[in-house]
Design a protein around this ligand. Structure first.
Ligand SMILES: Cc1cc2nc3c(=O)[nH]c(=O)nc-3n(C[C@H](O)[C@H](O)[C@H](O)COP(=O)(O)OP(=O)(O)OC[C@H]3O[C@@H](n4cnc5c(N)ncnc54)[C@H](O)[C@@H]3O)c2cc1C
Length: 436
């Protein structure tokens, strides 16, 4: 079914231009308030997608004819644009269900298998977008994240999908066979009648970039359960400025939270800890829990220190530690860990205690930086309520949830975009097949 823009019509007549008698010499009289005319037009589409982000645009490119994508932002794909430092880490060579967090770890399997990282890479190649692997299988654009946005827009254009920006979503109804959605654009209201409604409006992360959590409200509107959302891939804070002297210092570490451990860089900040290893661990961290830092995850620290004691006995312990840790960090730990004397003065027991302190540093964050800086939102629409094959709601025909608003959250490293592509594709494909 094609977009039915021609059927657009005003439902209320305008009443501008009416003249009032001039009452120059009379005291001003209050005029009875006039009803402000509402300019409402109507439009029929096969599929209305709310959210022109990664998942929404991918879905639009596959949902077949008669697709309208709406977004309240000024531009489509804003998170894509700023992602990966402007180069978009668009997928990961090693993406597998093990890299995703959900109450149901099996839910993501079908979509990830049916539209994998290899499929997305093929699309990127088809559009001649140059890319490279940075580290740990993370694929980035060589030039700009805007290449990915342009690619998705081109794919949408190819199938005639329309995009309305700066459009606010109002009331949403469902009469059993189609959805009625009130939209306001340029001060004009349009009632959209849609056979399918795809909710692709992301999570709550970075409200400044337009995140609203509307997806959870729509789920609630249709009585679908939502797993409590919380900030993920987010710096952790300590409620004091204990790490202020170290702010800006980075070092490789293994960070463990709950059942997960990540070996990557950590970064000390004025308010706490950040860096890839901490961001990864934050998604497994719950308020009140402790995290553990291993500051020397590579090789045996004890053997190294014993070797140094044999060969460099007259060196200060802090100098020796400076070979494996940043000098500022050694200075910071000097008092707490009593790092005094030469390495030759240290007994095996003392070196053992030191290793334990550096490799099992337990800290209890007071909180996180929250949605203001979180890269993702954990939780979301409960996967029990959705089909893992189509992303369709089990209880409402034609209603779909895709991308970050679903309770599937990827690790740092291109996994979240892969989920957006895979889930967007799954919903789009189902819609196209049902429409034929
Ligand atoms: C700074 C940053 C960097 C990131 N870098 C990466 C990376 O390199 N690799 C990676 O895999 N992931 C990255 N992510 C995560 C990734 O951006 C998201 O997981 C992904 O964009 C989710 O796609 P989505 O389509 O579900 O939601 P979004 O991309 O967030 O799109 C949702 C869309 O819905 C619109 N919307 C929201 N509310 C409303 C409303 N009420 N009415 C109308 N429209 C609405 C928004 O304007 C937006 O356009 C990053 C995130 C951030 C914040």
């Amino acid at each position: 079914m094609a977009l039915d823009a021609d059927s657009t019509k005003n439902r209320l007549a305008c009443s501008f231009g009416q003249k009032y008698p001039r009452r120059r010499h009379l005291r001003p009289q209050k005029l009875a308030p006039r009803a402000i005319p509402r300019h409402i037009s109507e439009m029929n589409v096969n599929t209305l997608i709310i959210g022109a982000g990664a998942a929404g645009m991918m879905c639009a490119a596959h949902a077949g004819p008669g697709t309208l994508v709406v977004d309240h932002a000024k531009a489509a794909g804003e998170k894509i644009r700023i992602s990966g430092g402007g180069r978009c880490n668009f997928t990961n060579l090693h993406a597998s269900p093990a890299n995703f967090i959900s109450q149901n770890p099996h839910f993501c399997k079908s979509a990830l298998k049916r539209y994998s990282q290899w499929d997305f890479m093929a699309l990127v190649d088809q559009h001649n977008i140059p890319w490279h692997e940075k580290t740990l299988g993370q694929l980035f654009c060589d030039t700009s994240a805007k290449d990915i946005i342009a690619m998705l827009r081109a794919e949408m254009d190819k199938v005639g999908a329309q995009l309305w920006l700066q459009s606010d979503v109002g009331k949403i109804d469902h009469d059993g066979s189609s959805f009625q959605v009130q939209l306001t654009r340029d001060g004009r209201e349009t009632d959209i009648q849609a056979r399918n409604l795809v909710v692709a409006c992301g999570g709550k992360s970075i409200p400044k970039m337009g995140a609203t959590g509307l997806g959870y409200q729509i789920a609630a509107r249709f009585d679908l359960p939502v797993v409590a959302p919380r900030a993920g891939l987010v710096p952790l804070t300590f409620g004091d400025d204990r790490f202020k002297p170290l702010a800006g210092t980075a070092t490789p570490a293994r960070v463990s939270a709950g059942t997960a451990s990540f070996d990557e860089a950590i970064l000390f900040t004025h308010r706490g800890l950040s860096g890839p290893a901490v961001l990864q661990a934050s998604s497994y961290w719950q308020e009140g829990d402790s995290i553990t830092l291993n500051l020397t995850p590579q090789g045996s620290l004890l053997s190294f220190l014993q070797d140094q004691r044999r060969s460099q006995g007259r060196k200060a312990l802090t100098t020796v530690l400076g070979n494996v840790l940043p000098g500022r960090l050694v200075d910071f730990l000097r008092t707490d860990l009593a790092l005094t004397g030469n390495i030759a003065d240290q007994s095996d027991a003392q070196l053992g205690t030191l290793c334990e302190s550096l490799q099992n540093w337990t800290l209890t964050p007071g909180g996180s930086e929250g949605y203001r800086t979180a890269e993702v939102t954990l939780g979301g629409v409960d996967t029990d309520a959705l089909s893992s094959k189509t992303m369709g709601a089990k209880s409402v025909d034609g209603l779909y949830f895709i991308g970050e608003c679903v309770d599937v959250t990827g690790w740092l490293g291109g996994y979240n975009f892969q989920w957006a592509w895979s889930s967007g594709w799954a919903a789009g494909r189902d819609i196209a097949q049902r429409t034929r």
